[in-house]
Design a protein. Structure first.
Length: 371
């Protein structure tokens, strides 16, 4: 069972960065807050110090207040470093505070007040509950607190050995139970995080599939609609819009079969995508054997070169199982004064119809013929 707990609490390295950002940051925020509250509450023990240690009250009060101030400053600085460093800083503060508790316990023991030595167990319980540090940090803190108590009380106090043994037994028991609880908590956090990440990845994949054409792996019509919505009705200047249609595609399907037609469409999509990707443009399957291409910041001259280049790369497709393939292109370069992107696409589509009626395997632009 213990091995299962440790296994479940182990986070794969590739998720460590995201886990720190999503989980550890929140834990650190809570830990700093709770630790500050703990430190401030601890100052109420000054009333006990005044009652039971009147002869050492000034020195004890100075120690308590000084340690609290130092720890509070450390908590403030912990907000400006990485989670690992921040937890280390806060942990160091707790170890320092426990050392102060042990020292006060030594002073109290000289007056026969062994009950002052119980403060360490409160630190251990806090570290294993509200502190919310990673398992390693918590284990180091609690073990150091126990060792600090043993070394301090054994070497510098006159406490009865049976009292020390009883306290050590309580501290060790609290530490073991606390670390098991921390391990269980860490395992839950890790598994919940991995489950959430898996759902996010699955959702991302589902969304991608919903916006991707199954055959060509290009964005589909739904993706085109999202893309057009991103312009929010504003038509930028110098946007090249191209409608591309595979010539005589029905003859390919009828003469060679739909399987060959699918491979032909995939081959055309691949070469177009490779060329458009190099220009950081957008290409999608508009429907059937038609493709839509959007390229921003394009001049009329470069748009003409691009269109002719696309016709050329499709014509260069040469595989033994595919017939000769060509495409026709209707294009339009926006001026920025158009009514909408949809209107521009309609203009490009009309130019595509003109290219096909004029002999196919050519590009036509609104306003002039690209040859």
């Amino acid at each position: 069972m213990l091995s299962d707990l440790f296994r479940l609490s182990k986070l794969p390295p590739e998720h460590q960065g995201a886990f720190n950002r999503v989980i550890r940051r929140d834990q650190l925020l809570n830990s700093r807050l709770y630790t500050a509250v703990l430190l401030l509450i601890s100052l109420t023990f000054l009333f006990s110090d005044y009652q039971f240690l009147p002869q050492d009250f000034e020195s004890v009060a100075a120690i308590r207040v000084s340690v609290v101030v130092v720890c509070m400053i450390g908590l403030w600085f912990a907000g400006f470093v990485s989670p690992n460093v921040a937890f280390l800083m806060v942990a160091s503060g707790l170890v320092l505070y426990n050392a102060a508790i042990v020292y006060i316990g030594v002073l109290a023991a000289s007056h026969g007040l062994d009950t002052y030595q119980q403060g360490t167990v409160l630190i251990i319980i806090y570290c294993c509950t509200l502190f919310q540090a990673p398992l390693l940090h918590t284990a180091v803190i609690t073990i150091l607190c126990c060792l600090t108590y043993v070394v301090g009380i054994v070497l510098f106090s006159v406490t009865d050995v049976f009292v020390i043994l009883n306290n050590v037994l309580v501290f060790v028991t609290a530490t073991v139970l606390g670390l098991l609880a921390v391990t269980q908590r860490e395992g839950y956090l890790v598994q919940h995080f991995l489950h959430t990440q898996g759902l996010k990845s699955l959702n991302k994949e589902v969304n991608k599939q919903a916006l991707t054409d199954a055959l060509t792996q290009l964005p589909n019509r739904f993706s085109i609609m999202n893309r057009l919505e991103s312009y929010q009705g504003n038509v930028p200047s110098g946007l090249l819009i191209m409608m591309i249609d595979v010539d005589d595609f029905k003859k390919v399907n009828d003469g060679h079969g739909h399987a060959v037609g699918d491979r032909a469409l995939k081959a055309v999509a691949d070469v177009l995508k490779q060329r458009i990707d190099s220009e950081q443009g957008y290409i999608a399957r508009y429907g059937g054997e038609e493709f839509l291409i959007l390229l921003e910041n394009v001049s009329r001259t470069s748009a003409e070169k691009m269109a002719n280049n696309l016709i050329e790369v499709v014509s260069d497709i040469n595989t033994f199982d595919l017939p000769k393939l060509t495409v026709s292109i209707g294009a339009y370069v926006t001026t920025g004064f158009e009514q909408s992107i949809s209107v521009c696409i309609e203009v490009a589509d009309q130019e595509l119809l003109g290219a096909k009626n004029n002999g196919k395997n050519q590009a036509r632009f609104a306003g002039f013929n690209a040859g």
